[in-house]
Design a protein around this ligand. Structure first.
Ligand SMILES: *Cc1c(COP(=O)(O)O)cnc(C)c1O
Length: 434
């Protein structure tokens, strides 16, 4: 059992944050420490506390914190005065990234997609994707799904389901229809049938869509994992109705579900794919929109931005591709670890009558209430485990451990989760019995 030492010193004075940092701050509220260092699967606060990281910067650190190979590449690049700004110039760092991405990701998967460097966050990649789909098809309406999460800028936010997030927009969020995701009405209703029926019916009121935008596993929306059959149906429906299929792989991609893309071996090819989060491999901002060449209808600078080529991220992303994706070992390892995770979560779920969610190393347990989930994650944090929630009511405790985590450490972290859930449930029963 690996113990995670608790902070020894007194907690930092938070009044500066409270005085000067906007109320919009969020993760810092559930983790009220000040963090300094991190390596591998561990984060350290400034008081000497050590935390096992089952959040991984919200899956931006699939390869762990400060991976030595990535860090070395970045230090060498900076040490040699490599270009640091992000204009979309041609640089050696960009060339090496393009070459590695072509050689290790696109070619082996038979993909002829082009790379569009967007602004550096995921929502930028989604904005570019839906803008392009509208331009290519001349249609306005995008189909997104219940519980989908696609980002916070207006276009992507319109595709996002969560009412609290949507409420921040301040203007109507339009030109998107939210259709039921796989399993939304339970196992007996095939929601692909419903969509097909509505699109085929000229009187359904559903306009012909520019795109169907889908996550294969809903990262923020409760870790619902669509079946390959359902996704294939959705791909077929998009094609039949002249809509572009956009897979938002920002959270599920970069190995989180095993393959580099979450849709690999499922028998369909998206027209557009968005990537961000773990793409740089080191937590650096970097997003990409992949598009089939026949849809590359942009005119130069039509979708622009100052930071469309984070050279430091190119360097670390290239190092990550070469280190982790040159052979099939990494994928096999992630899949094996995902199976371990599935078994552990299934055991926890069975003990309490909960259900598990997700796929690969992107799994969680639905504990039925956001309150219980928050109690558990707070108790985990006190025990040295960083873990967050997902879902419409934040009711799914979500394990996003680094993909490179050692089995024994992984098991120890899951032990903490299992124990804290058991304790929270016991406390619940004690209260209920009073
Ligand atoms: C995080 C996320 C986004 C938004 O990315 P940002 O970098 O936060 O803008 C979009 N889609 C999915 C599936 C995500 O998980």
């Amino acid at each position: 059992m690996i113990m995670t030492p608790q902070p020894s010193g007194s907690l930092p004075d938070r009044t500066l944050y409270e005085r000067r940092e906007s109320e919009v701050r969020s993760y810092a509220r559930s983790m009220p420490r000040q963090f300094g260092r991190a390596e591998g699967v561990w984060m350290h606060d400034d008081q000497g506390g050590r935390y096992l990281d089952f959040l991984s910067g919200c899956s931006t650190l699939n390869y762990g914190h400060n991976h030595p190979v990535l860090k070395r590449a970045l230090l060498d690049y900076i040490g040699a005065d490599g270009i640091a700004h992000g204009l979309d110039l041609h640089t050696g760092a960009k060339r090496e990234f393009l070459a590695a991405f072509e050689e290790l990701i696109l070619k082996p998967r038979g993909l002829d997609h082009r790379l569009m460097f967007t602004g550096p966050t995921g929502t930028n990649a989604v904005e570019a994707a839906i803008k392009l789909a509208r331009k290519v098809t001349g249609r306005e309406m995008v189909i997104a799904f219940t519980n989908g999460f696609h980002g916070m800028t207006l276009g992507a936010l319109a595709c996002t389901g969560n009412a609290a997030k949507r409420g921040g927009a301040g203007v109507p969020l339009t030109h998107v229809s939210h259709e039921p995701y796989d399993g939304y009405y339970g196992p007996d209703v095939d929601t692909a049938d419903l969509l097909e029926q509505r699109l085929a019916d000229p009187s359904s009121g559903l306009d012909a869509p520019a795109a169907i935008l889908v996550e294969t596993v809903q990262g923020e929306g409760g870790l619902n994992a669509a079946s390959p059959e359902w996704l294939r149906r959705i791909a077929g429906i998009a094609k039949a109705h002249g809509a572009l299929l956009i897979v938002d792989d920002i959270q599920a991609g970069c190995g989180r579900t095993g393959g580099f893309f979450s849709f690999e071996d499922m028998g369909f090819t998206p027209d557009i794919v968005t990537l961000a989060k773990s793409l740089s491999g080191m937590g650096l901002p970097f997003a990409l929109t992949l598009l089939r060449p026949e849809f590359d209808r942009w005119s130069p600078g039509e979708h622009n931005g100052t930071f469309r080529g984070n050279n430091h991220a190119f360097v670390t992303a290239t190092a990550a591709l070469r280190h982790f994706w040159s052979g099939g070992d990494f994928r096999r390892d992630v899949e094996r670890r995902g199976t371990l995770l599935e078994a552990r979560l299934a055991r926890i779920a069975a003990e309490h009558g909960f259900e598990t969610r997700g796929r690969g190393m992107m799994r969680g347990v639905n504990v039925g209430s956001g309150e219980l989930a928050a109690t558990v994650t707070a108790a985990c944090f006190d025990a040295g485990l960083i873990i967050e929630t997902s879902g419409a009511h934040d009711e799914v405790i979500k394990v996003l451990a680094p993909l490179v985590i050692d089995d024994a450490v992984f098991g120890a972290g899951l032990d903490i989760l299992e124990t804290r859930i058991r304790e929270a449930m016991a406390a619940d029963y004690a209260v209920a019995a009073e």
